[in-house]
Design a protein around this ligand. Structure first.
Ligand code: NHX
Ligand code: ZN
Length: 668
């Protein structure tokens, strides 16, 4: 490549390519500028409208020099090259080789130099010969110059190559990363590498099509009232600020999974008619350091631009978990930075700036105290599992689209589903429709719903599971044991049915209708423990052999007994002490908060409670041995028996106040 720097002749520069239309993304723009710069450099270093013609030293020495055609010779010191500049007035002579319009200033020819040519000496000799000849004039001197010529473009490229490759790799890497990280459809950040630190909040604007309103939220009456007030804060802030009140900055929706926290937040968005940013706490968390904090910053910047608006952070416990003081190796600095940024931002804007933060979590107990203090999440809205009336409402919503049999009893369904969340109920309704369809029914009836509930609580029925006759007997007596003990113990949950059809992981189950109560007494807990131990007790009494099948029962009562002793203060020896930790502070502490001696005492008390319950179960079974064995035989025969059958065997249950009993259903 010939890298001669042309004289500055701007009129001969090729026109610069037209500027591309302003690129949308920073990423593209950078590329285009880089390419343009490279192209420009190339043109600049290579631009020359005339290329010297190749000649031979022989011809220069024997013709051009003697005939006084040469004005100047330029010896390029770092290349084997000599350039020949002809005298202006002699150019015509060479027009057959140089063309008709050779440039006035050269170089016009060049030749490849070799040391033995002795170019310099030859020219010097010629010049001095002419000078001594006396006819020397300035015009006849052959000038001789030296020049060192670098290939600037190649050298520049050498310098730039390495960083360029680095930058390229970086681009590709980050672009892939950014794509993998999703940034989904409605993401404000868009794709691309420069959006790593952007918030991934989804924006629901006023004119979003599938709006959810408070009408779509069944139950949750108290929570709705609270949340409606927040909508009102945004709609008429003056009403509140006129009286000197400050608009709250945030509200925390707390409640178990599936109870409709997110739905409620979406309804707020639908009702408020303000922009609604939605993101999940885990969206802040990324593998890069500092990304979380910068996303928080970005989220709040966007929110402030759109104020008044609502920011909704789902699963805030992902970032809001309590910062711990001394967690040497479980520390998560990145998460703490994110949380700190969140705290700062929530403090950062004035309370009347029209941004309200809603956050949802099912673990309010693990949240950092700083997050919950007034001035940040000023209020907590508890969203609990729906009660009977609310379940009726929720069923109404989900049954809207279903083809039901006429005279369908909605209240019955609600009674059969205590402890179900809104999401569970939605699941029940859908599953019922699928079950009815599988049976090619025209409409869905009560039995389909009951099957759906059983399926959701207990798992899939596995009728084809092969069980030997001996095992079947064990299962039947085990379940009959549960049934008998729970029937005769006053405070145990009322029984619904007993089955020995395998379902999910269980080979058989006793189904109860637990009372919907707010608090549980020690008697109730003890009776339930005895009933749960009834299965193992029955196995021991009847076969004098015990099986591994009771693992689930034992796990449950062990946890129950531990809770009674260590949390509920229900053991006299321990006293009214609770080692329960609602603050989550001890979560990373491996040490138990009690002494070794107390630990031993706890263990002893747990064992005592369980042993006593087991004795009670056994004594109930021996006392009602006849009914118990009849029940087991009936179960072997029919596979499913209901509380009516038990009533026929044992007579009416002491505390079976059927009409006022609460509703429910849970597998044991
Ligand atoms: C097994 N299952 O795992 C076999 C298939 C004592 C007659 N080898 O107590 O089915 O032994 O009153 C949730 C629910 C494990 C999780 C039930 C995990 C059962 C159930 C073990 C009846 N009914 N045990 C019972 C039973 C078993 C198991 C579970 C679970 C058996 C017992 C399972
Ligand atoms: Zn059992």
């Amino acid at each position: 490549m010939n890298g001669s720097i042309p004289p500055n002749k701007p009129q001969n520069q090729p026109p610069r390519p037209p500027r591309p239309s302003p690129p949308k993304k920073g990423f593209n723009a950078l590329w285009i500028y880089l390419l343009m710069g490279a192209a420009f450099m190339y043109v600049w270093f290579n631009y020359n409208d005339f290329e010297p013609v190749k000649a031979e030293w022989q011809e220069v020495k024997e013709q051009m020099l003697p005939q006084n055609d040469v004005e100047c010779l330029t010896i390029i010191t770092n290349q084997d090259r000599v350039e020949v500049h002809l005298r202006k007035e002699k150019l015509e002579k060479y027009s057959d080789r140089l063309g008709n319009t050779p440039p006035k200033t050269g170089p016009h020819f060049f030749f490849i130099n070799q040391p033995e040519f002795g170019v310099y000496k030859t020219v010097e000799a010629l010049n001095s010969e002419r000078a001594t000849a006396g006819e020397h004039t300035a015009e006849e001197t052959v000038k001789i110059e030296t020049d060192t010529r670098y290939n600037y473009f190649a050298r520049a490229m050498e310098w730039l190559m390495f960083p360029l490759i680095l930058v390229l790799i970086w681009f590709i890497f980050f672009r892939r990363m950014a794509r993998n990280m999703g940034g989904g459809g409605g993401s404000l950040g868009g794709g691309g590498i420069f959006s790593v630190g952007r918030s991934k909040a989804q924006l629901f604007d006023k004119d979003n099509k599938n709006k959810i309103t408070f009408k779509d939220v069944a139950g949750l009456e108290e929570a709705k009232v609270e949340v409606m007030e927040i909508v009102d804060f945004l709609k008429n802030p003056q009403k509140y600020t006129n009286l000197g009140g400050k608009i709250p900055k945030g509200a925390l929706l707390v409640g178990p999974p599936g109870t409709g926290k997110t739905l409620l937040a979406k309804a707020v968005a639908g009702e408020a008619d303000v922009p609604f940013f939605s993101m999940s706490g885990s969206d802040f968390v990324e593998m890069f350091v500092g990304v979380g904090a910068s996303r928080v910053r970005d989220l709040f910047r966007q929110a402030k631009e759109k104020a008044p608006c609502i920011v909704f952070i789902d699963e805030i416990d992902a970032v809001g978990r309590a910062r711990s003081r001394n967690n040497g190796f479980t520390s998560n600095d990145e998460r703490e930075n994110t949380l700190n940024q969140l705290l700062t931002e929530m403090d950062g804007f004035g309370s009347n700036s029209g941004v309200i933060i809603l956050a949802a979590t099912n673990r309010a107990d693990v949240l950092d105290g700083a997050l919950m203090r007034a001035g940040r999440f000023d209020r907590q809205i508890h969203v609990d599992l729906p009660e009977l009336k609310e379940r009726v409402e929720i069923f109404k919503v989900h049954l809207r689209g279903l083809k039901l049999i006429t005279g369908f009893d909605l209240d019955f369904l609600a009674k059969q589903t205590p402890g179900f969340s809104g999401a569970d109920i939605a699941n029940v309704c859908n599953e019922a429709a699928l079950i009815a369809a599988r049976k090619n029914k025209a409409d869905i009836d009560k039995q389909d719903f009951l099957d759906a509930i059983d399926r959701i609580v207990g798992g899939l029925e596995r009728k084809s599971k092969i069980i030997s006759a001996e095992e079947k007997r064990t299962i039947a007596f085990h379940e009959a044991g549960h049934a008998t003990v729970s029937w005769w113990l006053e405070h145990a949950n009322p029984l619904l049915k007993v089955t020995i059809i395998p379902r999910g992981r269980a080979l058989g189950a006793a189904w109860y209708l637990p009372e919907e109560r707010q608090i549980t007494t020690a008697e109730q807990l003890l009776d339930e423990m005895a009933a749960t131990l009834g299965g193992r007790a029955a196995e021991e009494l009847i076969f004098n052999k015990i099986s591994t099948g009771a693992i689930n029962d034992l796990e449950k009562i062990t946890k129950q007994a531990y809770a009674m002793v260590a949390y509920f203060g229900m053991s006299e020896k321990i006293g009214n002490i609770s080692y329960y930790d609602s603050s989550g502070q001890y979560e990373y502490n491996f040490k138990q908060p009690y002494s070794e001696k107390t630990a031993e005492l706890l263990d002893a008390e747990v064992k005592r409670l369980i042993d006593e319950s087991y004795q009670r179960a056994k004594s109930v079974l021996t006392e009602h041995h006849d009914g118990f064995t009849r029940l087991a035989e009936l179960l072997l025969d029919r596979e499913v028996i209901f509380s009516e059958d038990l009533e026929r065997i044992f007579g009416k249950r002491k505390k079976d106040k059927t009409d006022e009993r609460s509703e429910g259903d849970e597998s044991r």
